[in-house]
Design a protein around this ligand. Structure first.
Ligand SMILES: Cc1ncc(COP(=O)(O)O)c(C=O)c1O
Length: 479
């Protein structure tokens, strides 16, 4: 049997077992595969994990409680989970050159929570316990405990503004991070759209945050982490890098030197399912001084670890250590450049006028007179999956927006090359040029409604189908 025959046997067997209990679930699983195969997925935060990574998640490691860390569990019988967690952490350390790796977080938001509380524990709680000559928080009097809680709740964080490409978990009010910290955000230069390190340094000196967060979900450029560390050091702040979006480019050695956060940040967090192409989950990398605090993620903010997902993280991280992954990561960046150039030569305004990572941010208001919501919906009508996103100083607000974010990690996994991405740019522009805003029922300009010229959506959909057919997703998998 070839590998793909084994994989087919495994997936078919699991589908028939699931169907015997509730065919609606096996049906949804199969339909999702079909939908993913049939759409041009340009969502910058999505990818396609390997079939081996996916298969690694379907097993009984899920049944075991293993709160604690390897060798220090609150439950008996955790030797196999210890083995899995050790291997995953070893791959993460080796891949990223980190002192320490904590592979338990269930998602990116959890990884950031672990990081925030590790920093608070290391910087605020531990010195306070030492000052009061207490071993743990349980040794404190009610009055000392109340004072410590007030101190923990009175710290400052600084993160990138949402409309500049930052993420909600970096201290914004809709997320728990914004309720935990006093927050100030830093934006980008209004002319260039780039991070203005001098303005950031001045703002940091004024605000004096405990934590400076560097990282983004919609900034189309690389960050200079050496500068970020210098700025954090100027006020004694802890530098926390969130590389959720671009971890694959770090793993694949596309971002090296000052563009690699791991040597510079005290703590680096990431998701494992975006450009890193692993299972859905999170990961925290830390300098040795933060190891102990990070390892208290469970029970600090996490419950029992997901043993089956840690196993899949180990497989994906092992895959990311291969030369083939480096070729893949370079192709992500090369393809993003081709996509950006293809869009700009067809007249599209991109935030920062280009990209040097894995994503582009189209200003669809400036380019086509559309809201992000209208552009996102029209593209979906034509079989192109994107997501709307704010642009700096967005006049349409965070719901309708003026931008559309697109990225190359997923379609690069399918094998599309630079010429293909030029064609993708053409399909996007063809669709958006044929999209026209309409009015609300009350007659005022609508930010949601639009018309698409006759015949454009089916024509673009046919071109997408042809492109996708020549780059099959999971070739040989016959479900
Ligand atoms: C920069 C960044 N951090 C954290 C997260 C949160 O990840 P998750 O959805 O896995 O919680 C995201 C997700 O989009 C992200 O872009």
């Amino acid at each position: 049997m070839t590998d793909i025959e084994q994989v087919n046997t495994a997936f078919r067997a699991s589908q028939s077992l699931i169907a015997a209990i509730d065919p609606r679930i096996s049906g949804a699983i199969e339909q999702e595969l079909s939908d993913q195969r049939g759409s041009l997925k340009l969502i910058a935060s999505e990818n396609y994990a390997s079939l081996t990574t996916l298969l690694t998640m379907g097993n009984w490691l899920s049944d075991k409680y293993a709160e604690g860390t390897s060798g220090h569990r609150f439950y008996a019988g955790c030797l196999n989970i210890d083995a899995v967690e050790d291997v995953a952490a070893e791959h993460a350390r080796e891949l990223f050159g980190a002192d320490h790796a904590y592979v338990q977080p269930h998602s990116g938001i959890d990884a950031n929570l672990v990081a925030f509380w590790a920093i608070l524990a290391h910087r605020i709680e531990s010195p306070e316990l030492a000052r009061l000559d207490a071993k743990t928080v349980n040794d404190l009097s009610e009055a000392d405990w109340a004072a410590l809680r007030a101190k923990l709740g009175n710290q400052r964080v600084m993160g990138m503004a949402l409309d500049a490409g930052g993420h909600l978990t970096h201290g914004f009010r809709h997320n728990i991070s914004g309720k935990m910290f006093e927050q100030r955000s830093y934006g980008t230069n209004p002319q260039t759209g780039l991070i203005d390190y001098d303005a950031l340094a001045a703002s940091v000196k004024e605000f004096k945050p405990l934590i400076l967060v560097a990282g983004y979900s919609a900034y189309p450029r690389r960050i200079n982490f050496a500068k970020m560390r210098e700025i954090a050091d100027s006020v004694g702040a802890t530098l926390m890098a969130d590389m959720a979006h671009f971890a694959g480019l770090v793993a694949g050695k596309v971002f090296t030197g000052d563009e690699n956060p791991v040597p510079f940040a005290h703590i680096t967090t990431t998701t494992t399912h975006k450009s890193l192409r692993g299972p859905r989950g999170g990961l925290v990398l830390a300098k040795a001084e933060y190891k102990e605090a990070v390892d208290r993620g469970c029970p600090m903010v996490l419950g029992g670890p997901l043993g089956h997902v840690m196993a899949a993280k180990a497989i994906a991280l092992a895959e990311a250590r291969t030369p083939a992954f480096q070729t893949y990561a370079q192709a992500i960046a090369d393809n993003a450049k081709a996509l950006a150039e293809g869009l700009m030569k067809r007249g599209v305004k991109l935030v920062t006028d280009g990209t040097d990572n894995h994503l582009c941010l189209l200003d669809v208001a400036a380019s086509f007179g559309l809201s992000g919501r209208q552009a996102e919906s029209a593209l979906l009508d034509a079989g192109i999956v994107t997501n709307r996103n704010s642009v700096p100083a967005d006049l349409n607000g965070a719901w309708y927006t003026s931008g559309v974010r697109i990225g190359t990690p997923a379609l690069t996994t399918r094998g599309l090359d630079q010429a293909d991405f030029d064609q993708v740019a053409d399909l996007i522009v063809t669709t958006l040029k044929a999209t026209h805003p309409t009015t609300t029922s009350a007659g005022s300009p609508s930010l949601a409604k639009y018309t698409l010229d006759d015949g454009v959506a089916p024509r673009v959909q046919t071109a997408c189908d042809e492109l996708l057919a020549s780059h099959p997703l999971y070739p040989g998998l016959s479900l």
